[in-house]
Write a protein that binds this ligand. Structure first.
Ligand SMILES: Nc1ncnc2c1ncn2[C@@H]1O[C@H](COP(=O)(O)OP(=O)(O)OP(=O)(O)O)[C@@H](O)[C@H]1O
Length: 647
């Protein structure tokens, strides 16, 4: 590593190192809990990148979702669509008038030859120019309106996807099967844009292009029915080419979407971890990882672009080749002759007939390309949450805070040993209880079960003698304030962060300041340049660990719930801050049920009762029994004894 850092290798180039950096992509079936048929695309590269980006419930060759799913979102924009299509009709009308006008022009020119520009020629030219301008204006308004409809429809779809995402179980985001945040962000941002392109293409094709096709077809039939029939016979050949290549494009696009999602997921993973990267000299390693994923994306994206470039050429070639063969054959057989005016009109109509056919091809491809994105966005919305309100769920205006765990058993992953195994525990209203135990023993899991973030496989938890499954979720979580061991702050001001749980979405500054004082945060907030209006930076990055922890505690205090759960809430505080906080909490404890999950003696000794969670089971232990243990889940024995002496 030292050598590598002293003489860092140049960034890998795709051309020279492409073989070394081709990640092996395996599409393998993963029986995720929430989505049994989900597939996971795992890139395992030379430097062991393990990023999981979920495909949709289908694999790449599976049949697509029906277009009907997006129809309600598009139908809601019917006004803009109707206006757009009306403009399309106007544009096609102008075009259909152009064909005979163009056909008459050569005769007028011939008639006026040698005598300057005749009045008929001038009229013809002016008519053509007017028709062209009117068509251009109508086409512009048509496209603007249809874009508006497509973008608005996708904005609704995005909103719906995010709404459904918020309703997902925590298990969807957590643990080994959890979906990467970068993947989710990619679906809702970039891939939603691809859906907008696809929707626009379809809208801009169905009616406008059909109208043009009908108008030009009619003109051609009027001029020469026999050749028109011949021209129409080429359409099935083109349809086959478009369908075959379109399906291939869909598959390639899906790979491109996944590789881009992996890149997004990777960036989302590494950018917030810059501190770890830098202190571990991980820059070179990360550079390699980035290039591997970027190369994968380059490969897939290039394949997609090449296919997109190939399709129109293949369609055009098929059409022209088919037409030439059929026309030449039928002219030779029937001996058809054209007058020059009719010939020019037929050619003009033919050219304008080919245009919408190509547009159909392009739109179909655009749709095929957007289809994987559509699938992946809808994939976020299709689920039935395990944790949800029963129709009969009750709302409790207030609770005393009496909590009972009845034979509760829970495991995160089926087939694994339970983390919580037949736990029976009664926490009385107003009691302060400390839950101790070895790291990874399941203390946080117990709190998550109480908050109904997960569902026990057996047994139940009661709050004031109501099974928590019979209480409305929002109501339950309002009555329990939880301070997690990873203090999570949002980008925003200090006041916004403290008042985050305000049921009305307001910021009550008096309550904010009071909560900050109790949490011993007021002192440092006041010396910030903008006080409570100071921005905390990305995830609170402008604050120290202890300051973030104090704000999290203040947020819980602001919530003023009957039950307070502190999960390692003071681990980053210095002794003085912890002591001040402890004194403030003492007052709160008199009125609340408090669950303290802690390793630190200072906090544990505040409790009325100490409960040990070990091997999935709980047992109440006395202080002396706790202190005589070997210190696996607290300070070492000598420190414990000293601290106890001080306490
Ligand atoms: N989402 C998850 N999916 C799968 N396993 C998980 C998940 N969350 C936690 N676990 C596992 O469950 C066990 C209990 O975790 P938990 O966080 O409850 O322990 P803890 O007692 O709070 O630990 P600590 O004292 O270190 O915070 C651990 O072995 C952990 O790896």
């Amino acid at each position: 590593m030292a050598m590598a850092m002293a003489n860092p290798a140049p960034p890998p180039t795709f051309s020279s190192q492409s073989r070394a950096f081709v990640p092996s992509i395996s599409l393998r079936s993963s029986r995720a809990i929430s989505q049994p048929r989900a597939l996971a695309l795992t890139a395992t590269t030379a430097c062991s990148i393990r990023l999981r980006v979920r495909a949709t419930k289908d694999d790449c060759s599976a049949p697509p979702y029906p277009l009907s799913e997006v129809l309600p979102y598009v139908a809601a924009e019917w006004r803009a669509i109707a206006k757009g299509w009306a403009c399309a009709a106007a544009a096609v009308y102008c075009l259909s008038r152009t064909v005979p006008a163009a056909g008459r022009l050569p005769r007028a020119l011939a008639a006026g030859a040698g005598g300057g520009v005749s009045a008929e020629v001038s009229r013809g030219v002016v008519a053509l120019a007017a028709l062209a301008s009117a068509r251009a204006a109508a086409a512009y308004v048509q496209q603007a309106l249809l874009w508006e409809a497509a973008l608005r429809a996708v904005a609704r779809l995005r909103g719906r996807a995010f709404e459904r995402l918020l309703a997902r179980d925590l298990a969807f985001f957590d643990g080994r099967e959890g979906m990467a945040p970068g993947d989710i962000a990619h679906r809702i941002t970039d891939e939603a844009d691809d859906v907008a392109d696809a929707v626009y293409s379809v809208l801009n094709t169905i009616v406008p292009t059909s109208l043009q096709l009908i108008a030009m077809g009619t003109q051609m039939v009027a001029i020469n029915p026999q050749l028109s029939l011949v021209a129409a016979m080429v359409i099935p050949c083109m349809s086959i080419v478009i369908a075959k290549l379109g399906e291939r494009l869909r598959q390639i696009s899906k790979q491109a979407h996944l590789s881009l999602a992996m890149l997004a997921a990777y960036l989302n993973d590494v950018l917030p971890s810059m501190l770890t990267v830098k202190v571990n000299n991980g820059e070179h390693k990360e550079m390699l990882r980035f290039h591997e994923l970027a190369f994968l994306d380059l490969k897939n994206n290039l394949g997609k672009k090449k296919m997109k470039a190939l399709i129109p050429q293949a369609v055009r070639t098929t059409y022209i080749a088919g037409l030439v063969v059929l026309c030449a054959g039928s002219v030779a057989v029937s001996g058809t002759t054209f007058d020059p005016e009719g010939f020019l009109s037929f050619l003009t109509a033919l050219a304008l007939f080919v245009e919408p056919i190509q547009d159909f091809g392009k739109a179909y491809n655009e749709y095929k390309q957007g289809e994987p994105a559509l699938e992946r966005i809808f994939d976020l919305t299709r689920f039935i949450p395990e944790v949800r309100d029963k129709p009969s769920a009750v709302h409790l205006n207030s609770v005393k805070g009496d909590i009972k765990f009845h034979d509760v058993t829970f495991r995160y992953v089926a087939g694994m040993p339970p983390i919580v195994d037949g736990v029976n525990l009664h926490i009385r209203a107003g009691e302060t209880i400390a839950i101790v135990g070895p790291s990874g023993g399941g203390k946080t899991t117990l709190a998550k079960l109480l908050l109904r973030l997960y569902h026990p496989q057996s047994g139940y938890i009661a709050l004031d003698n109501h099974d928590i499954q019979d209480i409305q979720l929002q109501c339950l979580r309002t009555h329990i304030a939880f301070v997690s061991q990873d203090p999570m702050l949002f980008s925003g001001t200090i006041a916004e962060n403290i008042a985050y749980g305000d049921p009305a979405g307001d910021i009550n500054m008096r309550k904010v300041e009071n909560a900050a004082k109790i949490a011993n945060a007021d002192e440092f907030i006041k010396i910030l340049p903008e006080g409570y209006d100071s921005y905390v930076g990305q995830r609170g990055s402008s604050l120290s660990g202890g300051q973030k922890q104090r704000l999290s505690i203040a947020r819980a205090i602001y919530q003023n719930s009957s039950i307070l759960v502190l999960d390692e809430a003071t681990s980053a505080l210095d002794s003085r801050s912890e002591l001040l906080l402890k004194e403030a909490l003492m007052n709160l404890m008199a009125k609340h049920t408090v669950v303290i999950i802690a390793h630190r003696l200072e906090m544990i000794l505040m409790a009325d009762r100490i409960v040990l969670l070990e091997g999935g089971e709980v047992q109440t232990i006395t202080r002396s029994a706790f202190l005589s243990r070997d210190g696996r889940f607290g300070s070492p024995p000598d420190v414990l004894s000293r601290e106890l002496g001080e306490a």
